[in-house]
Design a protein around this ligand. Structure first.
Ligand SMILES: NC(=O)c1ccc[n+]([C@@H]2O[C@H](COP(=O)([O-])OP(=O)(O)OC[C@H]3O[C@@H](n4cnc5c(N)ncnc54)[C@H](O)[C@@H]3O)[C@@H](O)[C@H]2O)c1
Length: 453
Protein backbone atom coordinates (compact mmCIF):
# COMPACT_ATOMS: atom_id res chain seq x y z
CA UNK A 1 0.00 0.00 0.00
CA UNK A 2 1.03 3.66 -0.36
CA UNK A 3 1.35 5.11 3.15
CA UNK A 4 2.17 8.57 4.52
CA UNK A 5 3.50 9.06 8.05
CA UNK A 6 2.98 12.60 9.33
CA UNK A 7 5.42 13.36 12.16
CA UNK A 8 8.74 11.48 12.12
CA UNK A 9 9.93 11.56 15.72
CA UNK A 10 10.59 8.57 17.98
CA UNK A 11 7.26 7.03 17.02
CA UNK A 12 6.77 8.13 13.40
CA UNK A 13 10.26 7.50 12.04
CA UNK A 14 10.32 3.96 13.39
CA UNK A 15 6.76 3.36 12.20
CA UNK A 16 7.68 4.61 8.72
CA UNK A 17 10.69 2.32 8.43
CA UNK A 18 8.80 -0.63 9.91
CA UNK A 19 5.88 -0.19 7.50
CA UNK A 20 8.32 -0.03 4.58
CA UNK A 21 9.93 -3.25 5.81
CA UNK A 22 6.48 -4.86 5.57
CA UNK A 23 6.52 -4.06 1.84
CA UNK A 24 4.57 -0.79 1.77
CA UNK A 25 5.60 2.33 -0.19
CA UNK A 26 6.10 4.92 2.54
CA UNK A 27 6.63 8.67 2.60
CA UNK A 28 7.59 10.20 5.95
CA UNK A 29 6.55 13.85 6.40
CA UNK A 30 7.89 16.19 9.05
CA UNK A 31 8.01 19.97 9.51
CA UNK A 32 11.54 19.68 10.94
CA UNK A 33 13.79 20.17 7.93
CA UNK A 34 16.95 18.97 9.72
CA UNK A 35 15.22 15.75 10.77
CA UNK A 36 13.96 15.13 7.23
CA UNK A 37 17.45 15.70 5.84
CA UNK A 38 19.01 13.37 8.36
CA UNK A 39 16.45 10.62 7.74
CA UNK A 40 16.75 11.09 3.95
CA UNK A 41 20.49 10.48 4.25
CA UNK A 42 19.81 7.32 6.23
CA UNK A 43 20.97 8.84 9.54
CA UNK A 44 18.77 8.16 12.55
CA UNK A 45 18.16 11.47 14.37
CA UNK A 46 17.92 9.67 17.73
CA UNK A 47 19.32 6.58 19.42
CA UNK A 48 17.13 3.51 19.00
CA UNK A 49 18.58 -0.02 18.78
CA UNK A 50 18.02 -1.64 15.38
CA UNK A 51 16.56 1.49 13.82
CA UNK A 52 19.63 2.59 11.78
CA UNK A 53 19.88 -0.91 10.28
CA UNK A 54 16.15 -1.01 9.45
CA UNK A 55 16.35 2.47 7.92
CA UNK A 56 19.31 1.50 5.73
CA UNK A 57 17.59 -1.68 4.63
CA UNK A 58 14.31 -0.08 3.53
CA UNK A 59 15.94 2.96 1.93
CA UNK A 60 18.17 0.58 -0.01
CA UNK A 61 15.01 -1.15 -1.25
CA UNK A 62 13.67 2.27 -2.38
CA UNK A 63 10.45 1.92 -0.41
CA UNK A 64 10.93 4.85 2.00
CA UNK A 65 11.50 8.55 1.44
CA UNK A 66 11.11 11.66 3.57
CA UNK A 67 9.84 15.16 2.80
CA UNK A 68 8.67 18.34 4.48
CA UNK A 69 5.73 18.60 2.05
CA UNK A 70 2.40 17.54 3.55
CA UNK A 71 1.03 17.48 -0.02
CA UNK A 72 2.86 14.16 -0.46
CA UNK A 73 0.06 12.63 1.65
CA UNK A 74 -2.36 13.17 -1.26
CA UNK A 75 -0.82 10.18 -3.01
CA UNK A 76 -1.25 7.92 0.01
CA UNK A 77 -4.03 5.39 0.49
CA UNK A 78 -3.61 5.80 4.22
CA UNK A 79 -1.94 8.51 6.35
CA UNK A 80 -0.73 7.91 9.90
CA UNK A 81 -0.56 10.94 12.19
CA UNK A 82 2.34 10.54 14.64
CA UNK A 83 3.01 14.13 15.77
CA UNK A 84 3.81 15.03 19.38
CA UNK A 85 1.30 15.78 22.14
CA UNK A 86 3.46 17.30 24.88
CA UNK A 87 2.17 18.85 28.07
CA UNK A 88 0.75 22.33 27.50
CA UNK A 89 3.08 25.06 28.76
CA UNK A 90 0.48 26.58 31.07
CA UNK A 91 -1.53 23.60 32.35
CA UNK A 92 -1.49 19.85 32.96
CA UNK A 93 -3.49 19.21 29.78
CA UNK A 94 -2.08 18.00 26.47
CA UNK A 95 -0.95 20.56 23.91
CA UNK A 96 -2.96 19.53 20.86
CA UNK A 97 -1.59 22.21 18.54
CA UNK A 98 0.59 19.73 16.59
CA UNK A 99 -2.27 17.26 16.16
CA UNK A 100 -4.58 20.10 15.13
CA UNK A 101 -2.02 21.39 12.61
CA UNK A 102 -1.39 17.94 11.10
CA UNK A 103 -5.05 16.88 10.92
CA UNK A 104 -6.11 20.36 9.82
CA UNK A 105 -3.49 20.24 7.06
CA UNK A 106 -4.81 16.88 5.85
CA UNK A 107 -8.39 18.16 6.02
CA UNK A 108 -7.46 21.08 3.74
CA UNK A 109 -5.64 18.75 1.38
CA UNK A 110 -8.29 16.07 0.89
CA UNK A 111 -11.03 18.23 -0.61
CA UNK A 112 -11.45 16.53 -3.97
CA UNK A 113 -14.65 14.42 -4.28
CA UNK A 114 -12.40 11.71 -5.75
CA UNK A 115 -10.29 11.50 -2.57
CA UNK A 116 -10.60 8.06 -0.96
CA UNK A 117 -8.30 7.62 1.94
CA UNK A 118 -7.99 6.75 5.60
CA UNK A 119 -6.46 9.04 8.20
CA UNK A 120 -5.10 7.07 11.16
CA UNK A 121 -4.30 8.85 14.41
CA UNK A 122 -1.46 7.23 16.38
CA UNK A 123 -0.53 10.11 18.70
CA UNK A 124 -1.71 9.83 22.30
CA UNK A 125 -4.64 12.23 22.65
CA UNK A 126 -7.27 13.13 25.25
CA UNK A 127 -10.45 11.12 24.88
CA UNK A 128 -12.91 12.89 22.60
CA UNK A 129 -10.29 14.29 20.23
CA UNK A 130 -10.80 11.63 17.55
CA UNK A 131 -14.60 11.95 17.44
CA UNK A 132 -14.36 15.68 16.70
CA UNK A 133 -11.96 15.08 13.81
CA UNK A 134 -13.87 12.04 12.50
CA UNK A 135 -16.90 14.29 12.00
CA UNK A 136 -14.84 16.89 10.17
CA UNK A 137 -13.33 14.28 7.83
CA UNK A 138 -16.73 12.65 7.30
CA UNK A 139 -18.04 16.01 6.03
CA UNK A 140 -15.47 16.10 3.18
CA UNK A 141 -16.84 15.52 -0.33
CA UNK A 142 -14.76 12.34 -0.88
CA UNK A 143 -14.58 9.23 1.29
CA UNK A 144 -12.07 10.12 3.99
CA UNK A 145 -12.31 8.00 7.12
CA UNK A 146 -10.65 8.83 10.41
CA UNK A 147 -9.68 6.09 12.87
CA UNK A 148 -7.49 5.96 15.97
CA UNK A 149 -4.82 3.30 16.27
CA UNK A 150 -2.91 4.07 19.49
CA UNK A 151 0.73 3.11 19.72
CA UNK A 152 2.24 1.14 22.61
CA UNK A 153 5.89 0.93 21.59
CA UNK A 154 8.59 1.28 24.22
CA UNK A 155 11.65 3.35 23.40
CA UNK A 156 14.66 1.04 23.42
CA UNK A 157 12.45 -1.70 21.92
CA UNK A 158 10.67 0.43 19.32
CA UNK A 159 11.54 -1.64 16.25
CA UNK A 160 10.64 -4.92 17.90
CA UNK A 161 7.45 -3.47 19.41
CA UNK A 162 6.34 -2.04 16.06
CA UNK A 163 6.96 -5.24 14.14
CA UNK A 164 5.70 -7.64 16.82
CA UNK A 165 3.36 -5.66 19.07
CA UNK A 166 1.49 -7.25 21.99
CA UNK A 167 -1.76 -6.08 20.44
CA UNK A 168 -3.19 -3.77 17.79
CA UNK A 169 -6.14 -1.58 18.72
CA UNK A 170 -8.45 -0.01 16.13
CA UNK A 171 -10.72 2.78 17.32
CA UNK A 172 -13.38 2.96 14.59
CA UNK A 173 -16.16 5.37 13.77
CA UNK A 174 -19.57 3.72 13.41
CA UNK A 175 -20.99 2.34 10.17
CA UNK A 176 -19.51 2.04 6.70
CA UNK A 177 -16.68 4.49 7.45
CA UNK A 178 -15.44 2.24 10.28
CA UNK A 179 -15.70 -0.90 8.15
CA UNK A 180 -13.72 0.70 5.29
CA UNK A 181 -11.05 1.93 7.68
CA UNK A 182 -10.75 -1.45 9.44
CA UNK A 183 -10.21 -3.30 6.19
CA UNK A 184 -7.57 -0.74 5.10
CA UNK A 185 -5.75 -1.20 8.42
CA UNK A 186 -6.04 -4.99 8.08
CA UNK A 187 -4.19 -4.66 4.80
CA UNK A 188 -1.46 -2.47 6.35
CA UNK A 189 -0.93 -4.91 9.23
CA UNK A 190 -1.65 -8.10 7.22
CA UNK A 191 1.70 -9.73 8.08
CA UNK A 192 1.41 -8.95 11.78
CA UNK A 193 -2.17 -10.20 11.97
CA UNK A 194 -1.20 -13.35 10.06
CA UNK A 195 1.55 -13.89 12.64
CA UNK A 196 -1.12 -13.96 15.35
CA UNK A 197 -0.87 -10.46 16.87
CA UNK A 198 -4.19 -9.94 18.71
CA UNK A 199 -6.43 -7.23 17.29
CA UNK A 200 -9.07 -5.36 19.23
CA UNK A 201 -11.69 -3.37 17.34
CA UNK A 202 -13.50 -0.79 19.41
CA UNK A 203 -14.95 2.71 19.23
CA UNK A 204 -12.88 5.89 19.03
CA UNK A 205 -13.25 6.87 22.69
CA UNK A 206 -12.25 3.44 24.01
CA UNK A 207 -9.19 3.33 21.75
CA UNK A 208 -8.03 6.70 23.06
CA UNK A 209 -8.64 5.58 26.63
CA UNK A 210 -6.83 2.24 26.21
CA UNK A 211 -3.57 4.06 25.65
CA UNK A 212 -3.80 6.44 28.59
CA UNK A 213 -5.21 3.74 30.87
CA UNK A 214 -2.22 1.50 30.07
CA UNK A 215 0.21 4.31 30.89
CA UNK A 216 -1.71 5.23 34.03
CA UNK A 217 -1.50 1.62 35.23
CA UNK A 218 2.25 1.36 34.61
CA UNK A 219 2.93 4.71 36.26
CA UNK A 220 0.85 3.64 39.25
CA UNK A 221 2.81 0.40 39.61
CA UNK A 222 6.12 2.29 39.60
CA UNK A 223 4.93 4.88 42.09
CA UNK A 224 3.39 2.14 44.22
CA UNK A 225 6.73 0.44 44.76
CA UNK A 226 8.43 3.79 45.37
CA UNK A 227 5.77 4.64 47.94
CA UNK A 228 6.41 1.27 49.61
CA UNK A 229 10.14 2.11 49.59
CA UNK A 230 9.37 5.27 51.56
CA UNK A 231 7.37 3.27 54.09
CA UNK A 232 10.13 0.65 54.32
CA UNK A 233 12.64 3.38 55.10
CA UNK A 234 10.41 4.77 57.83
CA UNK A 235 9.69 1.34 59.31
CA UNK A 236 13.11 -0.25 58.89
CA UNK A 237 11.88 -2.70 56.24
CA UNK A 238 13.60 -3.77 53.06
CA UNK A 239 11.85 -2.81 49.82
CA UNK A 240 13.84 -5.28 47.71
CA UNK A 241 12.74 -8.26 49.74
CA UNK A 242 9.21 -6.85 49.89
CA UNK A 243 9.14 -6.39 46.07
CA UNK A 244 10.38 -9.92 45.54
CA UNK A 245 7.84 -11.35 47.93
CA UNK A 246 4.80 -9.52 46.53
CA UNK A 247 6.01 -9.95 42.94
CA UNK A 248 5.93 -13.74 43.25
CA UNK A 249 2.15 -13.46 43.50
CA UNK A 250 1.11 -14.01 39.86
CA UNK A 251 -1.74 -11.52 40.30
CA UNK A 252 0.87 -8.83 40.99
CA UNK A 253 3.89 -9.97 38.94
CA UNK A 254 7.49 -8.88 39.34
CA UNK A 255 7.82 -6.41 36.47
CA UNK A 256 7.81 -2.67 37.17
CA UNK A 257 8.38 -3.36 40.86
CA UNK A 258 11.92 -2.04 41.04
CA UNK A 259 12.21 0.93 43.37
CA UNK A 260 14.32 3.85 42.25
CA UNK A 261 14.33 7.30 40.82
CA UNK A 262 10.97 6.85 39.08
CA UNK A 263 9.53 7.25 35.62
CA UNK A 264 10.09 10.00 33.07
CA UNK A 265 10.28 10.39 29.32
CA UNK A 266 7.99 11.83 26.68
CA UNK A 267 4.97 9.71 27.62
CA UNK A 268 4.16 8.58 31.17
CA UNK A 269 4.42 11.90 33.06
CA UNK A 270 2.57 14.04 30.54
CA UNK A 271 0.05 11.29 29.74
CA UNK A 272 -1.12 10.81 33.33
CA UNK A 273 -1.43 14.59 33.78
CA UNK A 274 -3.37 15.00 30.53
CA UNK A 275 -5.59 12.02 31.45
CA UNK A 276 -6.46 13.56 34.82
CA UNK A 277 -7.06 16.98 33.23
CA UNK A 278 -9.40 15.48 30.61
CA UNK A 279 -11.23 13.39 33.22
CA UNK A 280 -11.84 16.59 35.23
CA UNK A 281 -13.30 18.27 32.12
CA UNK A 282 -15.62 15.28 31.72
CA UNK A 283 -16.75 15.44 35.35
CA UNK A 284 -14.87 12.22 36.18
CA UNK A 285 -11.92 13.87 37.90
CA UNK A 286 -12.53 12.11 41.22
CA UNK A 287 -12.11 8.71 39.53
CA UNK A 288 -8.51 9.43 38.64
CA UNK A 289 -7.59 11.66 41.56
CA UNK A 290 -5.04 9.01 42.58
CA UNK A 291 -2.97 9.94 39.51
CA UNK A 292 -2.04 13.17 41.28
CA UNK A 293 -0.57 11.09 44.10
CA UNK A 294 1.19 8.86 41.56
CA UNK A 295 2.76 11.95 39.98
CA UNK A 296 3.79 13.46 43.33
CA UNK A 297 5.31 10.17 44.54
CA UNK A 298 7.24 9.99 41.29
CA UNK A 299 8.61 13.52 41.57
CA UNK A 300 9.40 12.96 45.24
CA UNK A 301 11.62 10.01 44.27
CA UNK A 302 13.94 12.47 42.49
CA UNK A 303 14.32 14.60 45.60
CA UNK A 304 14.75 11.53 47.79
CA UNK A 305 17.47 10.30 45.47
CA UNK A 306 19.33 13.61 45.65
CA UNK A 307 18.99 13.46 49.46
CA UNK A 308 20.29 9.88 49.53
CA UNK A 309 23.35 10.86 47.48
CA UNK A 310 23.92 13.92 49.66
CA UNK A 311 23.67 11.83 52.84
CA UNK A 312 25.97 9.16 51.47
CA UNK A 313 28.57 11.65 50.26
CA UNK A 314 28.46 14.39 52.90
CA UNK A 315 26.92 12.69 55.93
CA UNK A 316 23.53 14.45 56.08
CA UNK A 317 20.79 15.33 53.59
CA UNK A 318 20.97 19.05 54.38
CA UNK A 319 24.70 19.32 53.68
CA UNK A 320 26.16 21.25 50.79
CA UNK A 321 28.10 19.27 48.21
CA UNK A 322 30.83 21.80 47.50
CA UNK A 323 34.18 20.13 47.00
CA UNK A 324 32.70 16.74 46.07
CA UNK A 325 33.10 15.28 42.60
CA UNK A 326 30.16 13.03 41.73
CA UNK A 327 30.09 10.76 38.68
CA UNK A 328 26.54 10.36 37.42
CA UNK A 329 26.14 7.27 35.25
CA UNK A 330 23.17 7.72 32.93
CA UNK A 331 21.26 10.77 31.80
CA UNK A 332 18.56 9.46 29.43
CA UNK A 333 15.19 8.64 30.94
CA UNK A 334 15.77 4.97 30.21
CA UNK A 335 18.52 2.74 28.83
CA UNK A 336 18.96 2.20 25.08
CA UNK A 337 17.56 5.64 24.37
CA UNK A 338 18.90 9.19 24.20
CA UNK A 339 15.49 10.64 25.04
CA UNK A 340 15.93 13.31 27.70
CA UNK A 341 12.33 14.45 27.97
CA UNK A 342 11.48 14.74 31.67
CA UNK A 343 14.44 12.51 32.53
CA UNK A 344 14.69 11.73 36.27
CA UNK A 345 18.43 11.11 35.83
CA UNK A 346 19.01 14.58 34.45
CA UNK A 347 16.82 16.16 37.14
CA UNK A 348 18.84 14.46 39.91
CA UNK A 349 22.18 15.32 38.28
CA UNK A 350 21.14 18.98 38.07
CA UNK A 351 19.95 18.97 41.67
CA UNK A 352 23.31 17.59 42.83
CA UNK A 353 25.06 20.37 40.90
CA UNK A 354 22.67 22.91 42.44
CA UNK A 355 23.73 21.63 45.87
CA UNK A 356 27.33 22.42 44.97
CA UNK A 357 28.74 19.13 43.63
CA UNK A 358 31.04 18.98 40.65
CA UNK A 359 28.89 16.63 38.55
CA UNK A 360 30.41 14.62 35.71
CA UNK A 361 27.84 12.77 33.64
CA UNK A 362 28.46 9.81 31.41
CA UNK A 363 25.71 8.37 29.22
CA UNK A 364 26.44 5.98 26.34
CA UNK A 365 24.06 7.86 24.00
CA UNK A 366 22.77 11.08 25.54
CA UNK A 367 26.03 13.02 26.14
CA UNK A 368 25.43 15.62 23.41
CA UNK A 369 21.90 16.21 24.72
CA UNK A 370 23.25 16.79 28.25
CA UNK A 371 25.62 19.45 26.90
CA UNK A 372 22.68 21.25 25.28
CA UNK A 373 20.21 20.95 28.14
CA UNK A 374 22.43 21.30 31.22
CA UNK A 375 25.58 23.31 30.55
CA UNK A 376 26.35 23.35 34.28
CA UNK A 377 27.17 19.63 34.12
CA UNK A 378 30.42 18.19 32.81
CA UNK A 379 30.06 15.46 30.22
CA UNK A 380 32.54 12.59 30.12
CA UNK A 381 33.33 10.58 27.00
CA UNK A 382 33.58 7.30 28.85
CA UNK A 383 32.64 5.67 32.08
CA UNK A 384 36.27 5.55 33.21
CA UNK A 385 36.72 9.26 32.48
CA UNK A 386 33.66 10.04 34.63
CA UNK A 387 34.78 7.73 37.43
CA UNK A 388 38.33 9.05 37.62
CA UNK A 389 38.76 10.94 40.89
CA UNK A 390 35.04 10.71 41.76
CA UNK A 391 33.93 10.71 45.39
CA UNK A 392 30.79 8.78 44.42
CA UNK A 393 29.34 6.82 41.50
CA UNK A 394 25.61 7.41 41.10
CA UNK A 395 23.78 5.11 38.68
CA UNK A 396 20.65 6.86 37.42
CA UNK A 397 19.89 5.03 34.14
CA UNK A 398 20.26 1.27 34.03
CA UNK A 399 22.30 0.92 30.85
CA UNK A 400 23.71 -2.59 30.60
CA UNK A 401 27.21 -1.12 30.68
CA UNK A 402 26.53 0.09 34.23
CA UNK A 403 24.62 -2.97 35.43
CA UNK A 404 27.46 -5.22 34.26
CA UNK A 405 30.19 -2.93 35.58
CA UNK A 406 32.94 -4.76 37.43
CA UNK A 407 33.33 -3.02 40.82
CA UNK A 408 36.94 -4.19 41.08
CA UNK A 409 37.82 -2.73 37.69
CA UNK A 410 36.50 0.73 38.55
CA UNK A 411 37.75 0.75 42.16
CA UNK A 412 41.21 1.92 41.14
CA UNK A 413 39.83 4.99 39.37
CA UNK A 414 37.66 6.58 42.04
CA UNK A 415 38.74 8.73 44.97
CA UNK A 416 36.32 6.91 47.27
CA UNK A 417 34.50 3.59 46.88
CA UNK A 418 30.96 4.84 47.28
CA UNK A 419 28.17 3.82 44.93
CA UNK A 420 24.53 4.90 44.91
CA UNK A 421 22.22 2.70 42.88
CA UNK A 422 19.36 4.92 41.76
CA UNK A 423 17.64 2.15 39.80
CA UNK A 424 17.88 -0.86 42.08
CA UNK A 425 19.77 -2.49 39.24
CA UNK A 426 23.16 -3.35 40.75
CA UNK A 427 24.05 -6.43 42.73
CA UNK A 428 24.80 -5.11 46.23
CA UNK A 429 26.64 -8.29 47.24
CA UNK A 430 29.12 -7.89 44.41
CA UNK A 431 29.80 -4.23 45.18
CA UNK A 432 30.11 -4.60 48.91
CA UNK A 433 32.38 -7.65 48.46
CA UNK A 434 34.66 -5.40 46.41
CA UNK A 435 34.87 -2.97 49.32
CA UNK A 436 32.32 -0.43 48.15
CA UNK A 437 30.02 1.53 50.40
CA UNK A 438 26.66 0.69 48.74
CA UNK A 439 23.46 2.79 48.95
CA UNK A 440 20.00 2.58 47.47
CA UNK A 441 16.52 3.77 48.34
CA UNK A 442 14.35 1.73 50.66
CA UNK A 443 16.90 -0.74 51.98
CA UNK A 444 18.31 -0.13 55.44
CA UNK A 445 21.10 -2.67 55.20
CA UNK A 446 22.82 -3.09 51.85
CA UNK A 447 24.29 -6.37 52.99
CA UNK A 448 20.86 -7.77 53.79
CA UNK A 449 19.36 -6.70 50.45
CA UNK A 450 19.41 -8.83 47.34
CA UNK A 451 18.95 -7.73 43.72
CA UNK A 452 15.52 -8.28 42.19
CA UNK A 453 14.75 -8.39 38.49
N1 LIG B 1 7.96 7.99 21.99
C1 LIG B 1 7.26 6.96 22.40
O1 LIG B 1 7.79 6.02 23.00
C2 LIG B 1 5.78 6.90 22.15
C3 LIG B 1 5.11 5.67 22.36
C4 LIG B 1 3.74 5.63 22.15
C5 LIG B 1 3.05 6.76 21.80
N2 LIG B 1 3.73 7.94 21.65
C6 LIG B 1 2.96 9.13 21.27
O2 LIG B 1 3.28 9.41 19.92
C7 LIG B 1 3.27 10.81 19.69
C8 LIG B 1 4.60 11.24 19.13
O3 LIG B 1 5.60 11.00 20.10
P1 LIG B 1 7.14 11.07 19.76
O4 LIG B 1 7.85 10.57 20.96
O5 LIG B 1 7.41 10.44 18.45
O6 LIG B 1 7.32 12.66 19.62
P2 LIG B 1 8.49 13.46 18.90
O7 LIG B 1 8.45 14.81 19.47
O8 LIG B 1 9.74 12.66 18.91
O9 LIG B 1 8.03 13.52 17.37
C9 LIG B 1 6.99 14.32 16.89
C10 LIG B 1 7.38 14.78 15.48
O10 LIG B 1 6.26 15.44 14.88
C11 LIG B 1 6.77 16.49 14.10
N3 LIG B 1 5.69 17.44 13.80
C12 LIG B 1 5.10 18.35 14.63
N4 LIG B 1 4.12 19.00 13.99
C13 LIG B 1 4.05 18.47 12.73
C14 LIG B 1 3.23 18.72 11.61
N5 LIG B 1 2.23 19.61 11.65
N6 LIG B 1 3.46 18.01 10.49
C15 LIG B 1 4.45 17.09 10.43
N7 LIG B 1 5.28 16.82 11.48
C16 LIG B 1 5.06 17.49 12.61
C17 LIG B 1 7.90 17.05 14.93
O11 LIG B 1 8.78 17.84 14.15
C18 LIG B 1 8.54 15.77 15.47
O12 LIG B 1 9.55 15.29 14.59
C19 LIG B 1 2.92 11.45 21.04
O13 LIG B 1 1.53 11.65 21.11
C20 LIG B 1 3.34 10.39 22.03
O14 LIG B 1 2.64 10.49 23.25
C21 LIG B 1 5.08 8.02 21.79
Amino acid sequence: MRLAIVGCGYLGAVHAAAMASLGHEVVGIDVDRAKVESLSQGRAPFHEPGFPELLAQVQGDGRLRFTTELAAAREAELSFVCVGTPQAPDSQAADLSFVDAALGGLLDLLVDPADRTVVVGKSTVPVGTAAVWAERFAALPGAVDLVWNPEFLREGFAVQDTLSPDRIVYGLPPGESGRRAASALDEVYADLLAAGVPKIETDLATAELVKVAANAFLATKISFINAMAEVCEAAGGDIYELAQAIGLDPRIGRRFLRPGVGFGGGCLPKDIRAFAARARELGAGEAVEFLGAVDRTNLRARRRMADLVTRAVAGKAEAGLEGYRVAVLGAAFKPDSDDMRDSPALAVARELARRGAEVVVYDPAAGPMVRQLAPELQVAQSLSQAATGAGALVVLTEWDEFVQLDPDAVAGLVARRLVVDGRGALDPGRWTAAGWDFHRLGAPSPLAAKAVD
